[in-house]
Every structure is written in C-alpha cells, then in structure tokens.
Design a protein around this ligand. Structure first.
Ligand code: ADP
Ligand code: MG
Length: 267
C-alpha cells in the first residue's frame, strides 16, 4: 500500500505485547508533516508504550511504523540510531540535569553527537537558540533558579539542538499552573511554525489539546477509538469521545486553536 506523502509518520496496524499482556491492539495513525497530533487517553491506555515505539525504544510485536516512508522495523541498530536523530524529545517536567548550568544542559546533545564542533561553535549555537526562545543571559544559571516556564524553554532548546524534524512531548503541561500551561501551548505552536516541525504530544490536558492539535487521537485500552479535529471528537458521532471530553470539564465550544501567525506570549 502506498504511504501518503503528507504522512511524516504512518503507524500501520501496530500491536504490542509484553509476554501475555497485550497492551496495544492494532493502532493505525497518519501523522501529517508539520502538524501537531495530540494523543489523549486515560492512564494505562498505552500512550507511553506507543510513544516508546515511535522513537524506536521498543519494537512493535507486529505491524509497522513508517517514518519519511522508511519502515523502522526493518532497520538495524546502526540505522535506527540515524533514524532517532530525526526525533527530539521534550520529557515531562523538562527533565533538566539539576547539577549542570543552563548552558551545559543545552550543550549536552552537541557534546554527545557533534564531536567535531569547537567550544566556540557550541557556545554560539546554544546562546543563539536560547535567545531565539526568549531566554537571555541565563546561561550560567542553575535550573533551580528558573521559573517553570523558563525551564520548559531551556528543555525545548536542548531538544532542538540536533535539528529534529519531529518533536515528541510527553505531558508538556503536567504540573504547571493554568497560565503557564497556556504559555507552553503557545510555545509548542510557535516552535512548530518556526522550525517546520511535526509535533506529537501526549497529553492529559484537554484545554491544551484544543489549543494546539490539528488532530487528536483518543486511545482507550490500546486502541484508537476516535480521531479527528478536537471539535469532531467533542461534538461528533462517537459517544465515548464526547463523554471523555465532557468529563474533563472544559468549555469545548469556546477554545480555539492558537494561531502562531499572531505572535505568542513570552513566559
Ligand atoms: N514493559 C512492560 N511490561 C509489562 N507491562 C507493561 C510494560 N509497559 C507497559 N505495560 C502495561 O501496559 C499498559 C499501558 O501502559 P502505558 O503505555 O504506560 O499507558 P499510559 O501511558 O497510557 O498510561 C499498562 O497496563 C502497563 O502496566
Ligand atoms: Mg504514560
């Protein structure tokens, strides 16, 4: 079957079991280039397992994951490493190393993967990226001296260091107050537009989903039971999807996607 060229990632009937435990029961998803896909679902639904397969940390028990038209399941370890460089990861709580300065946190991927860069080239690139994300003169600070929003920006700078095509965000707004969460939504949308990035976001935050998603996928017991624009899930045919969104308590008819062309808010 030909893969649609607009699919950056095509998850093709993927199943995953751990021993006798069947966790993913045949998931198919088309994740389009330079769009934001948000994967929603209750805890234990299989979101993290799906995410780990997307970035090649787990292999499907059956089915295929195609990235840029290449079948990840056919790759050997060397080719898988090359493939992983297409992905940037924004971990939950930004996951900065507390004992390192902001500069050393952001420089970390370059020091690991770009052994021939000079210290000066590294410094230039790190400072340019931080400044581009609105973090000025904080290179020598420790992560503990930053606000929650600033830490997110530093984590994002680090995730962008190796020029990923795809950014994966694991629960980017969890643990943040509502105002900072909305600013992180703006940041995700601005980053997508500025770097032409395809974003995949795992989220429990329904307001965030409505603000950033081009497509949302509702995962229940290892299956995608509904997908589409958030509006289509909130007001469409699928009762389970309608109820899931209603249960979050958000005013689904009042939240619109953020428009990156209008400029965002600084954290
Ligand atoms: N390595 C593993 N071995 C056995 N069971 C696992 C493993 N990883 C996840 N699971 C099980 O798979 C189910 C889905 O987990 P997970 O993908 O973490 O869900 P979510 O991220 O949606 O909360 C859970 O029941 C979990 O216990
Ligand atoms: Mg999880």
């Amino acid at each position: 079957m030909p893969i649609p060229p607009e699919d950056h990632i095509f998850v093709d009937d993927v199943k995953k079991s751990f021993g006798q435990t069947h966790v993913i029961h045949g998931i198919t998803m088309h994740l389009r280039r330079q769009e934001t896909a948000v994967i929603i679902g209750g805890s234990g639904a299989g979101k993290t397992t799906l995410l780990r397969m997307l970035i090649g940390l787990e292999r499907p028990s059956s089915g295929h994951i195609w990235v840029d038209g290449e079948d990840m399941s056919a790759l050997d370890d060397y080719e898988m490493n090359r493939m992983r460089q297409k992905f940037g990861m924004m971990f939950q709580y930004a996951a900065l190393l507390d004992s390192l300065t902001v500069f050393d946190n952001v420089a970390f991927p370059l020091r690991e993967h770009k052994k021939n860069m000079t210290e000066k080239e590294i410094r230039d690139r790190v400072v340019r990226m931080l400044n581009g994300l609105g973090i000025m003169n904080k290179e020598e600070r420790m992560p503990s001296e930053l606000s929650g929003g600033q830490r997110k920006r530093v984590g994002l700078a680090r995730a962008l260091m190796l020029d990923p095509e795809i950014l994966i965000y694991d629960e980017p707004t969890s643990g943040l107050d509502p105002l900072t969460s909305r600013m992180v939504d703006d940041l995700i949308e601005e980053t997508r537009a500025k770097f032409n990035i395809t974003s995949v976001v795992i989220s429990h935050d329904m307001a965030s989903t409505f603000r950033i998603a081009h497509q949302a996928f509702l995962v229940v017991h290892g299956k995608v039971i509904a997908h589409g624009k958030p509006d289509e899930l909130a007001f469409g045919e699928n009762e389970e999807a309608r109820n899931f969104i209603k249960a979050s308590g958000i005013a689904a008819d009042r939240i619109r996607r953020v428009d990156s062309s209008k400029g965002g808010t600084a954290i």
